[in-house]
Structures are given as structure tokens and as C-alpha cells.
Design a protein around this ligand. Structure first.
Ligand code: NDP
Length: 462
């Protein structure tokens, strides 16, 4: 008889956990996953997927306007939030089902229960009132929005989780934060006709992204009528007798809105997970500490995805899971590779980016060349829509290697994926120059920027 009930027990049925479970099961391991809510995790249930569906919904408004310039007469249009919500819920239900059945198809077991670690090899399934044992445990419990408990009145605010389940579309909303979620939701709500204000404590939204894209996106959002207020934050929120929310800003200003949303980062889900019982160490913010191979300080317990607070992105969690299986079961110790991760912000216009920003490149390289173009995309000509597309290559002036590629505009996220392959492979500016343009496209600009827009030496513009 086997010493343990399972070879591998995964806690958390999100992207990372399910990938680890399926891969291990496909290798013939006895695997189970416990998920307390719905299979699919943040990405599928209350993150990337429903967000992207909302983004699509919010873009029709502009599409109807643009159609006129192309000769269409668009009749009366009306948006119905409950219809969108129902369609979204149906799709999410389908995907959650697929996530769950795929575990079984791979030969694993999907369990519906909260799981609490009781010891290095012991897990309690609280909803089923039973205990199981496993040779190895993977913690992939993800994260949840920071609800800002220190702020008076935080209980009157939404986070992204509630935003996906609002019964009615608010007429007005104020969103706190300047990261992915705040910026994406600000654009979604604005696109759906909601009077939207974004309040961010820093100088410019989307810290860490290339400054040109940050400024241009900010300007284009404001040009559309979306208010973006930097260098400010909420100090308190009250609920008014009429049901509206009143946010007290640090600047002394007040904002009244139907809803206030907080998008100020996410915390790892480690509360009451039993990490202490097994001796698994957490960092100051509650994230599980792991080594380069996703192993915790307890030899047979691993952690991956958002619960480790490394890079909070779905493809990263999946990559960590693949590396873990290679390391543990295939005898190929593999460290996740965090260099040059392509990413997109589904703002409107979109951002697609890979590699170093200009500022980062200047910190690391002596000679930097910038190739930059800002132009009105052809799609915006007949429609008369304002708003430029921005493309930028950051190049090491010595080796000619492309260090970063940044795009703001239509389909920038799609472009980032392809640019990501090239930049990851170590593409040089000469390779870009030698590549024939695809005409007429917006992205042909990426291979026709022959002369640097400017050069920098030790960060100083020449
Ligand atoms: P981010 O870390 O991207 O942004 C958090 C924002 O909140 C920052 O602007 C930060 O400011 C601000 N902030 C933090 N604490 C406070 C505070 N106490 N008061 C006021 N402002 C504060 O987190 P998100 O919540 O936007 O998203 C979480 C993660 O989810 C992201 O890091 C990303 O990895 C992932 N994600 C990815 C998406 C994608 O790939 N398209 C989409 C959505 C989420 P400051 O900049 O000054 O620190």
C-alpha cells in the first residue's frame, strides 16, 4: 500500500495549480486538486477573462461612432448591463467547467472543498470533514484584492471582485489606483458610459511602464473625457443618505460617485491556510517564500502563482507550474525565467510591451538609442477619431540588441506577443531593419524607423 493517499496534492484550482496537477497526472502521478470556490481561479472567474469580455463590450461605443465615417448609418444604440453580465456569467461557467473536467481527463481528481494544511504531508478538507495525505503539496491559492482596511469607510468601496457582479451599472464611479486594474476598469466603465474618475497617488499612471506610453495614454484618456487625477489619494469614504459615496481626497477635494472602487494591488491568500502548522515561512506581506525552484522551506511543499507574490500574471503562474513538474518529476531542475516578460494593459488605447523601458535601459546600458514614432493610424482617418498610435524601440547602442519594444494603440496586446518572441530571442535593430514591412499595417512602422529619434549616453540625451 502506498505511504500517502496522493503523490501530489494541489491547493487552489487556478491557472497555476490546475496546470501543475494536469501535468503531474499525465505523468501517471496520483494527483488531487482542492478548490473552495470555482475552478479557474482569478484569471477565469474574476480577472483576465471577464475583464477582457468587459473590454470588448466597452469598445462598441467608439466602433458605432467610427462607423459613420465609413458610410454607415448606425441606428439608436442602447447598452444593457444585465445582458452583458448574463452572457459573461455563462461563458465563465463554461470555462470553469472545462478547467474542472480537464483535471479528470488528465487522470487527476478535482475536489470541491477548502483545504487546510495540518502538517507537512497532511491536508484537511474542511467541507468534507476528512483528512488526506500527500507526498508533495503545491500551494497555489492565488491572491485577493487589497481592501485597504486602514482607510475609514473602506467597507463602502468595491474591488474588482464586486465589479464583476454589480447588479446595475453605476452612473458614476471613482477608482483609486494607477496600476493594471485601475486603468483597465477606468476605461471599461468610461466606454460603457459611466462618468469615471481615476485617482492615483503617484506622478503618472502605470508606474514601471515606459514613460512615453504612460503620458500618451493619460492624455488620450483625458481627451475622451475620463478624469485622471494624479498625486492624490482617498483618505476616507462615506456612504451618503442617498446611497452615493463621498470620497475625501488628500488634496482636500471631495468626489461624489455612485461607486468607489479600490484597485490598489492584491494580497496573497495565505490566511488560515495552515502554513504555520506545516512550518511554511511567509514574508511580511503574507506571501509564501520560495526558492528559485518554487520550493518552500519545507522540503516537500511548493508554492507557485500569485500566492508567492513574484510576478502576478497568469502565464507566469503556468510557467512556474511547468518548471515545477520538470524539476520534481522529470529530473530536469528548471528555474522559472522572469526575463523579458511581454505584457499588455487592456486600456483604451491598449498597451503592449516587452523588455526594458527607456528609463530602465538607461540605468543598465551606457549607450541607448531610441526609435520612436507617433502617428494617426489609418483606421482613425475616415472615422475622424483623434488619438495617436505610439511605437518605440529601445536599443543598446553598442550591441544593437533591442532591449524593449513598446506599443500604444489598436491591438497592442496582440503585437506584444509577437514582439515578445523576437526580443526574447535577442533580436537586433538590424534584424528589424532587414525585415520587410507588411503593408498597409500600423505595425509596419516598427520596421521602418531607420534613424534613431534620439540617443542617450549614461542617461543623458545627446
Ligand atoms: P498594481 O500593482 O498593478 O497597481 C497597484 C496600484 O495601486 C499602483 O498604482 C499603486 O501605486 C497603487 N497603490 C498601492 N497601494 C496603495 C495605497 N495604499 N493607496 C493608494 N494607492 C495605492 O495592482 P493591481 O491591483 O492593478 O493589479 C494586481 C496585479 O494583477 C498586477 O500587478 C498585475 O500583475 C495583475 N494584472 C494584470 C493584468 C494584465 O496582465 N493585463 C490585468 C490586471 C491585473 P504605486 O504605483 O505608487 O505603487
Amino acid at each position: 500500500m502506498a505511504e500517502f493517499d496522493y503523490d501530489l496534492f494541489v491547493i487552489g484550482g487556478g491557472s497555476g495549480g490546475v496546470r501543475a496537477a494536469r501535468r503531474a497526472a499525465q505523468l501517471g502521478k496520483r494527483v488531487a486538486v482542492a478548490e473552495e470556490y470555482r475552478y479557474g481561479g482569478t484569471c477565469v472567474i474574476r480577472g483576465c477573462v471577464p475583464k477582457k469580455l468587459f473590454v470588448y463590450a466597452s469598445q462598441f461605443h467608439e466602433a458605432f461612432e467610427d462607423a459613420v465615417g465609413y458610410g454607415w448609418t448606425v441606428g439608436e444604440t442602447r447598452f444593457d448591463w444585465p445582458t452583458l453580465m448574463a452572457a459573461k456569467d455563462k461563458e465563465i461557467g463554461r470555462l470553469a467547467g472545462l478547467y474542472e473536467t480537464n483535471i479528470g481527463k488528465a487522470g487527476g481528481e478535482a475536489i470541491h472543498s477548502r483545504a487546510v494544511i495540518e502538517g507537512p504531508h497532511t491536508i484537511r478538507l474542511t467541507d468534507q470533514d476528512r483528512t488526506v495525505t500527500a507526498e508533495r503539496i503545491v500551494i497555489a491559492t492565488g491572491g485577493r484584492p487589497n481592501r485597504h482596511p486602514a482607510m475609514p469607510g473602506a467597507e463602502h468601496c468595491l474591488t474588482s471582485e464586486e465589479a464583476f457582479h454589480l447588479e446595475r451599472l453605476p452612473e458614476s464611479i471613482a477608482i483609486l489606483g494607477g496600476g493594471y486594474i485601475a486603468v483597465e476598469f477606468a476605461n471599461i466603465f468610461h466606454g460603457l458610459g459611466v462618468d469615471t474618475t481615476l485617482v492615483y497617488r503617484g506622478q503618472e499612471i502605470l508606474q514601471g511602464f515606459d514613460d512615453d506610453l504612460r503620458h500618451e495614454l493619460h492624455q488620450q484618456m483625458e481627451a475622451k473625457g475620463l478624469r485622471v487625477r494624479c498625486c492624490d489619494t482617498f483618505e476616507a469614504v462615506e456612504e451618503r443618505p442617498d446611497g452615493k459615496r463621498l470620497a475625501f481626497c488628500k488634496s482636500g477635494e471631495h468626489i461624489v460617485a455612485d461607486e468607489i472602487m479600490l484597485a490598489i494591488g492584491r494580497n496573497p491568500n495565505t490566511e488560515n491556510l495552515g502554513c504555520e502548522a506545516a512550518g511554511v515561512e511567509l514574508d511580511a506581506r503574507g506571501a509564501i517564500i520560495v526558492d528559485d525552484y518554487s520550493r518552500t522551506n519545507v522540503e516537500n511543499i511548493y508554492a507557485l502563482g500569485d500566492v508567492t507574490h513574484r510576478v502576478q500574471l497568469t502565464p507566469v503562474a503556468i510557467h512556474e507550474a511547468m518548471c515545477l513538474i520538470d524539476t520534481v518529476y522529470l529530473g530536469k531542475p528548471t528555474k522559472p525565467d522572469y526575463e523579458t516578460i511581454a505584457t499588455a494593459v487592456f486600456s483604451q488605447p491598449e498597451i503592449g510591451t516587452v523588455g526594458l523601458s527607456e528609463a530602465e535601459a538607461c540605468k543598465r546600458f551606457e549607450n541607448v538609442e531610441i526609435y520612436r514614432t507617433a502617428f494617426r493610424p489609418m483606421k482613425n482617418t475616415l472615422s475622424g477619431r483623434e488619438g495617436k498610435m505610439l511605437m518605440k524601440l529601445v536599443v543598446d547602442g553598442d550591441s544593437r540588441r533591442v532591449l524593449g519594444a513598446h506599443v500604444l494603440g489598436h491591438d497592442a496586446g496582440e503585437l506584444a506577443q509577437v514582439l515578445g518572441v523576437a526580443v526574447k530571442a535577442g533580436v537586433t535593430k538590424d534584424d528589424f531593419d532587414a525585415t520587410m514591412a507588411v503593408h498597409p499595417t500600423a505595425s509596419e512602422e516598427l520596421v521602418t524607423m531607420y534613424e534613431p529619434s534620439y540617443r542617450l549616453k549614461n542617461g543623458e540625451r545627446l
